[in-house]
Design a protein around this ligand. Structure first.
Ligand SMILES: [Zn+2]
Length: 208
């Protein structure tokens, strides 16, 4: 039996142009040197040949310490929610998903050197953040990702998939994130406000 999406679910589906073929944004994944596929002369996709290894690897942003880390330099007001040890930020680029968030420890640590007390808080913190996003309604899943190839300051991505959009399952979601038309501004603002309020209900400070 197919059920009609409820009003909450429709909020995150209404701006998606179902059935239309969207253009490829100029800076989307196919233009990246790390994208595994490229068009052949005939137009069919083929796998890109591997480049020679680059050793030693170039340093990541913030590798030199907190003084040179843009994450450490951000005031709390730029975040959705903060407490003494954790800060949750909205991904700054426009995107078409219900929520794209980054969870950071306040201190300049990566996962491996996270102090034991913070490491013990990480699981409950992720559960709180996921609960806040699911509480919006209309969210099929919240993916939690830690890549860390760009910045040395630990950042975990929370990427929400609109409920019902099963074409966006799994690891394709971050690629769709760059392709879908952006969430309307008022919906994005309301969504972040609701996430901030839900987190602050259990402690910490909402900044929206
Ligand atoms: Zn930092």
């Amino acid at each position: 039996m197919i059920t009609e999406p409820d009003a909450d679910a429709r909020r995150f589906l209404a701006h998606l142009p179902v059935g239309e073929r969207l253009p490829i944004p100029e800076d989307a994944a196919p233009s990246w040197s790390i994208f595994p596929y490229e068009p052949s002369e005939g137009g069919a996709l083929r796998v890109r040949p591997l480049d020679a290894p680059e050793l030693p690897e170039p340093p990541r942003h913030g590798e030199a310490g907190p003084a040179e880390c843009k994450e450490c330099g951000r005031p709390d007001e730029e975040y959705v929610w903060t407490d003494e040890h954790w800060r949750l930020r909205a991904f700054g680029e426009p995107h078409g998903l219900p929520a794209v968030l980054l969870l950071h420890p306040r201190g300049h640590h990566d996962l491996l050197d996270l102090p034991p007390a913070r490491a013990a808080e990480l699981g409950p913190m992720l559960q709180r953040a996921e609960r806040a996003v699911l509480g919006l309604g209309g969210v099929g899943r919240v993916h939690v990702n830690r890549w860390g190839d760009g910045g040395a300051h630990l950042h975990l991505w929370l990427i929400a998939r609109p409920e019902g959009q099963r074409q966006l399952l799994g690891s394709t979601l971050p690629l769709w994130m760059d392709v879908l038309p952006p969430l309307p501004d008022d919906l994005r603002a309301d969504t972040l406000h609701r996430i901030a309020a839900a987190l602050a209900a259990d402690g910490g400070t909402a900044h929206l």
